[in-house]
Write a protein that binds this ligand. Structure first.
Ligand SMILES: [Zn+2]
Ligand SMILES: [Zn+2]
Length: 809
């Protein structure tokens, strides 16, 4: 065994750390080790073993946590690629890839020190009754700690605080006075939960009806006892079966038990149209070739992409190999999960954000063991430890939720492509509105383009009618949230008992509070963002940091009573529609009404079951669900983004309009869309209205080419932030001068400039935008920038490098 190892630790430093391996230890590359780092214990990933003695003194590895690698060589390679490409610390990347936090228990213990004994002794000399009468509360607390510790060895923080009734700050103060010592004793723990499981044995003798029900339920093998208790059978029945030896109950590691109710892989038959068949055939053919292929599945809304994904995954499963399907968060409802279990049985692992750390770890182990070879999940599922990966599918590949907006700032779609490449697997990116980047790659034949140009069963795409809001204003003399045309169309649908969706991509009641006397608005105290009025909850809210304030009666700046609540959010839209259509049953779908996946599904079910006539909502209603009764979609406000200083604004607007229009007419009755806009002539609006994807992409690509924006160049956003304005200015100035002095041929640097949102979550923000035709040059420049920033003592966490930034705000 080599003497040393390099360990990647989850700290914001771009380096690995060397530790000595104590005799007898057998750590492995790709496995976790416990080490001490600056007074704390951390679990890191061992990246290499060697015999080069470092110049500085090294500490020993405390404990080896894995006998086998938890990250196999291919995932280690992927992690290294992410660290290099996104300029992220390797240890933080690997932590993100490995959801095993539940297996590590943070723990601190304390011991009494020499000075502590002495203090206690001196106090004892002066009499204990005396000390309790004269000392203030904090001092008393300190003595309680010393008393407790003097009779014991090391004591865990929780026990000590409970026994001595002290706060953490008291303990910290005592450590500083050297009365006690603090030690990090964090360690690995066995996180495995167990559950009681019933197993069916030989059935002998007669069974009554209740016993028969249980035995039938158990016919599939093991079923958790809890599930049996959920059946309409007296609990004593199970006990009887156990006594008769028909059923045995054992403790087993808790697994995902959703599929325990005998979900069998069902032979699902979709009637595929020729385009679907062709797409499926080409995916299967590529998978069988065991070579890397990138494919873009561009299918109009309602063209049956999901059916193609599932059929392709099923054939991968039948071949005994593995597949990963990535979906945007909101798409993973319990109903979708149930469908997946129906199709793939116990072979599917579903990873969504509502899982606890422990459940996440359990799923990870199921996948690692090979028990689940079909993985469906959100962003981080791209790291699922499957073996023999054959296919990775990214549904709604343009969705911005695939970009992680904290370190490591990776894009799961791009990581999926790289992972497939490293595994000689096939990656399929699917969308009705592909990102410019992916479409460009398909145009340049880097990806194979698969098209589903028609809706299933030859249903037509909806007709789109544009209502010019400026003209509406001129004709009616006032700002109409709901135009006369839209109101009429809604009425027609309601009369015919058809359903309507109305999109307004902004939540809350009023997005702006303005003082008519001094002209100032009410802003968040942490951000340079106007607070939104939420009428139902009687408060003002910041949608960026969550800050909450009371609803103002007077201007906070000048005291004037003339404060006006301006603009309309989804909450107000719902109220307005109630006013116009008092008989209609109206539901609302936005982040205020939807707390989790269940709420989302409940609202959609209500619409599907015909319990609602009208559904109002933000872009949440635009996501790929399939409600057949909706024949009209109204777009009240979706073009506000066109006014943002962001080069992706047109693309986003086009995508949102196309997606929401796609909700109309998915059943037998053709659909219609009323699109109200202030930007009637804008090409994003025009092309969305005519369902002209190719037209939009050609035009937008020309614009990107002129402006040297992606996909024609690599782009990075470098953000410098500090909660002190002086610091933010000074640091961005230092880096700005460095850019001026440094040769950076082939890379354009814009800035420093105040970020569009100059203050966010208490931080002042300045940024640089870097564009380059050469990703290598861009990357090298960023790398030396980070080195320089460290030399200048700018904290690494305050300089954010966002490669392929999705938002420049
Ligand atoms: Zn005022
Ligand atoms: Zn805020």
């Amino acid at each position: 065994m080599p003497e040393f190892c390099d360990v990647a630790l989850p700290v914001p430093l771009d380096t690995v750390f060397t530790y000595r391996i104590a005799g007898g230890m057998q750590p492995v590359v790709g496995g976790r080790v416990l080490v001490s780092f600056r007074q704390q214990r951390l679990s890191g990933i061992l990246v290499s073993l060697h015999d080069h003695e470092p110049e500085v003194q090294t500490k020993n590895v405390i404990e080896t946590l894995d006998a086998e690698p938890v990250l196999d060589p291919s995932l280690m390679r992927l992690g290294q690629w992410i660290a290099d490409y996104y300029l992220a610390p390797l240890g933080e990347v690997l932590r993100t890839m490995l959801p095993l936090g539940a297996e590590f228990k943070r723990s601190i213990s304390y011991r009494i020190a020499e000075a502590g004994h002495l203090t206690l002794h001196q106090a004892g000399m002066s009499g204990s009754s005396n000390r309790s009468r004269k000392t203030p509360e904090d001092q008393l607390a300190e003595f309680r700690v010393l008393d407790y510790l003097t009779e014991r060895d090391a004591v865990r923080e929780e026990s000590l605080r409970a026994a001595a009734r002290v706060s953490k700050s008291v303990l910290t103060g005592m450590v500083r006075k050297k009365w006690i010592t603090r030690e990090d004793v964090s360690s690995a723990r066995d996180a495995a939960r167990t559950v009681k499981v019933a197993i069916l044995g030989a059935v002998e003798g007669k069974l009554n009806a209740n016993q028969r029900t249980l035995v039938d339920t158990l016919a599939g093998g093991k079923v958790p006892v809890e599930t049996l208790h959920g059946l309409e059978v007296p609990r004593t029945t199970l006990g009887t079966l156990v006594r008769r030896g028909i059923v045995q109950i054992v403790e087993e590691p808790a697994e995902f038990t959703m599929s325990a109710l005998r979900a069998r892989p069902s032979p699902f038959d979709f009637e595929f149209n020729p385009a679907q068949q062709e797409a499926l055939r080409r995916i299967q053919e590529s998978v069988n070739a065991r070579k890397f292929f990138g494919m873009l599945l561009h299918g109009v809304t309602g063209s049956g992409k999901t059916a193609v994904y599932l059929a392709a995954m099923r054939s991968v499963l039948e071949a005994g190999r593995s597949a990963i399907l990535l979906v945007p968060e909101i798409g993973l409802t319990p109903a979708v999960a149930a469908d997946l279990h129906q199709i793939f049985g116990d072979q599917v692992a579903i990873l969504h954000s509502a899982l606890s750390d422990q459940e996440r770890a359990e799923q990870w182990h199921r996948i690692k063991r090979g028990d689940a070879r079909m993985v469906v999940g959100t962003r981080s599922a791209v790291f699922a430890p499957v073996s023999d990966l054959a296919l990775v599918i990214v549904d709604e590949e343009q969705d911005s939720s695939y970009k992680q907006e904290e370190t490591p700032r990776y894009h799961a779609r791009d990581v999926a492509v790289m992972r497939a490449k490293m595994a000689n697997a096939v990656v399929v990116l699917g969308s009705a509105t592909p990102s410019l980047e992916s479409y460009f790659n398909a145009k340049k034949n880097k990806y194979t383009l698969l098209e589903l140009p028609d809706r299933v069963e030859r249903r037509p795409l909806p007709e789109v009618e544009i209502v010019d809001r400026r003209q509406e204003f001129q004709e009616t003399g006032q700002e109409q949230v709901i135009s006369r045309r839209l109101a009429q169309e809604i009425k027609d649908r309601l009369d015919r008992k058809e359903q309507v969706m109305v999109l307004l991509n902004r939540r809350g009641y009023s997005p702006l509070v303005l003082c008519r006397t001094c002209g100032k608005t009410l802003e968040c105290k942490n951000c340079a963002i106007a607070l939104t009025h939420h009428k139902g909850s009687h408060r003002m809210e910041c949608h960026y940091c969550g800050y909450v304030a009371a609803v103002p009666r007077a201007c906070v700046h000048c005291g004037s009573e003339y404060v006006y609540f301006l603009g309309t959010g989804s909450e107000k839209l719902e109220e307005l529609l109630h006013g116009i259509f008092p008989q209609a049953r109206i539901g609302r779908l936005d982040r205020d009404t939807v707390r989790g996946r269940e709420d989302f599904e409940r609202a959609l079910n209500a619409l599907n079951e015909g319990e609602l006539d009208l559904l109002v909502g933000t872009q949440m209603i635009a996501k790929g669900h399939d409600i057949h009764g909706v024949t009209l979609v109204g777009v009240v406000g979706a073009d506000a983004a066109l006014g943002f200083p962001d080069f992706r604004a047109a693309e986003r607007t086009f995508q949102l309009l196309t997606q929401v229009a796609g909700r109309a007419g998915r059943g037998q009755t053709p659909g219609k869309v009323i699109l109200q806009t202030y930007f009637q002539e804008h090409y994003a609006v025009q092309y969305a209205a005519t369902h002209d994807f190719a037209g939009f992409y050609d035009k937008e690509l020309r614009f990107r080419s002129w402006m040297h924006y992606p996909p024609y160049s690599a782009l990075a956003n470098v953000l410098v932030r500090s909660d002190k304005l002086d610091e933010a200015l000074e640091w961005s100035g230092i880096l700005g001068k460095w850019f001026e002095k440094t040769r950076h041929e082939g890379t354009r640097v814009l800035g420093p400039a105040a970020a569009p949102i100059v203050r966010l979550k208490r931080d002042y923000r300045y940024h640089f935008v870097l564009k380059s035709a050469s990703r290598e040059k861009l990357n090298a420049l960023l790398r030396s920038l980070l080195v320089y920033a460290v030399q200048q003592k700018i904290p690494r966490t305050q300089v954010i490098v966002d490669v392929d930034a999705v938002w420049l705000m």
